[in-house]
Design a protein around this ligand. Structure first.
Ligand code: ATP
Length: 383
């Protein structure tokens, strides 16, 4: 069942006479209990979208529906939602217990005993029951984050809204809290919209991710679907670290011909048929899908030089160039960490046809995505 719907939602700000369209005609349906991650570069409209759902910002056009109620004109405190902010926003003069109780006192008619019981139960779940009598100033960042979460959880809302809640934590704590938040969300089964610009959070936490750019929704799909079946060049480049490599090519006589390099890549008829007679294309391939071989043996191999090797332990990140245009066309290749290669060495780079993506250069739309084995199992039930 759908719990939260955004229907053609638009937000315009007036900036001294200039109109800024922060969110542009966004529509998405979020199921009951679903964890949706809203992701995109800085300024793409993530926080504004969340604030409209929360009722902290008015909606210029379109409507927001929670359950079966259109909430555009419902004040924030009457929407059945709880929000967790990056800044935690705890009251410094109140104890943890008082901070967690405060929202309940404001928004419910529970008795003192019921409120205490809810606060204590939530504190136990979050393992902060020992800290109930402390003030925020006496807590670490991670503990404050738990209290902020606790304050949202005790309210038992229909929807959680989270705006970069982990970004003030150090890397290790962040990864721990990521797992814990996911576990909690599953256990509580509350519909959640989670804003982040962190790739890892988007990929690992969401049932689905919604990718925004310039206020416009680019794709809403399972994380692996966005990774393997991006709708367009933007999604392809945004999801994945290091990013997908892109090369401008033109289809000519059944071959992809590089615009800047002598790159001639025979393309099978089955892929050519998907290209809708477009010839100006962008070829995309992920760093881990490129292969380094000793010398060019097939017509999908190209002489290359490895400029830089960054050993990560589990893998090596390579910065590679086509031999012919050394220094001008650097792209990324990831190989196994145990592989011995020499920086400055000459090899060949193989572009397996099963792994290439092709995009319309004019519109950025994906015309062909890579092959995926076991597609339904891998990409999720909605793919
Ligand atoms: P970040 O990741 O940097 O927080 P974001 O994706 O959350 O960015 P928003 O804060 O939603 O982006 O902002 C979207 C756009 O709307 C930006 O161009 C921003 O400058 C503009 N904007 C946001 N709030 C206002 C406002 N009150 N008045 C005018 N413009 C605003």
């Amino acid at each position: 069942m759908t719990e939260l719907t955004l229907e053609n939602v638009t937000k315009r700000f007036d900036d001294d006479g200039d109109v800024i369209v922060a969110v542009d005609d966004v529509s998405v349906e979020i199921d009951d209990g679903e964890f949706l991650v809203l992701v995109g570069p800085s300024g793409c409209g993530k926080s504004t979208t969340l604030r409209m759902i929360a009722g902290l910002e008015t909606v210029s056009d379109g409507q927001i529906v929670i359950g079966d109620e259109v909430v555009n004109d419902v004040p924030a405190q009457r929407r059945d939602i709880a929000m967790v902010f990056q800044s935690y926003a705890l009251y410094p003069h109140m104890t943890v217990r008082e901070n967690m109780r405060f929202g309940l006192e404001e928004s419910t008619n529970l008795t003192d005993k019921e409120m205490d019981s809810r606060v204590e139960k939530t504190a136990t779940t979050l393992e902060i029951d020992e800290l109930l009598e402390r003030k925020p100033g006496e807590l670490s960042g991670g503990q404050q984050q738990r209290v902020a979460l606790g304050r949202a959880i005790v309210r038992d809302p229909s929807v959680f809204l989270m705006d970069e809640p982990l970004s003030n934590l150090d890397a290790k704590l962040r990864s721990g809290m990521r797992t814990e938040l996911q576990r909690l969300q599953e256990q509580l089964d509350v519909t959640t919209v989670y804003v982040t610009h962190d790739q890892t959070e988007a990929m690992t936490m969401g049932d689905r991710i919604a990718i925004l750019n310039d206020g416009e929704l680019q794709q809403v799909a399972t994380p692996l679907e966005c990774y393997h079946r991006p709708n367009n060049v933007f999604v392809a480049g945004f999801i994945g670290e290091p990013s997908m490599n892109f090369f401008e090519v033109t289809l000519s006589d059944g071959q992809l011909v590089g615009d800047d390099v002598t790159f001639e890549y025979p393309l099978s008829a089955s892929i050519r048929e998907t290209l809708d007679s477009r010839s100006k294309l962008v070829l995309g391939i992920r760093p881990e899908d490129l292969e380094i071989v000793d010398r060019a043996e097939t017509d999908h191999d190209f002489p290359a030089v490895i400029n830089v090797i960054e050993p990560m332990g589990n893998e090596n990140n390579l910065l590679v160039d086509f031999l012919e245009t050394e220094g001008e066309t650097t792209f990324n290749v990831i190989v196994d960490g145990m592989r011995h290669l020499t920086a400055g060495g000459r090899y060949a780079v193989r572009f397996p046809e099963s792994a290439i993506h092709l995009f319309d250069r004019e519109t950025g739309t994906a015309l062909h995505n890579r092959q995926v084995e076991n597609e339904p199992e891998l990409l999720g039930p909605r793919a």
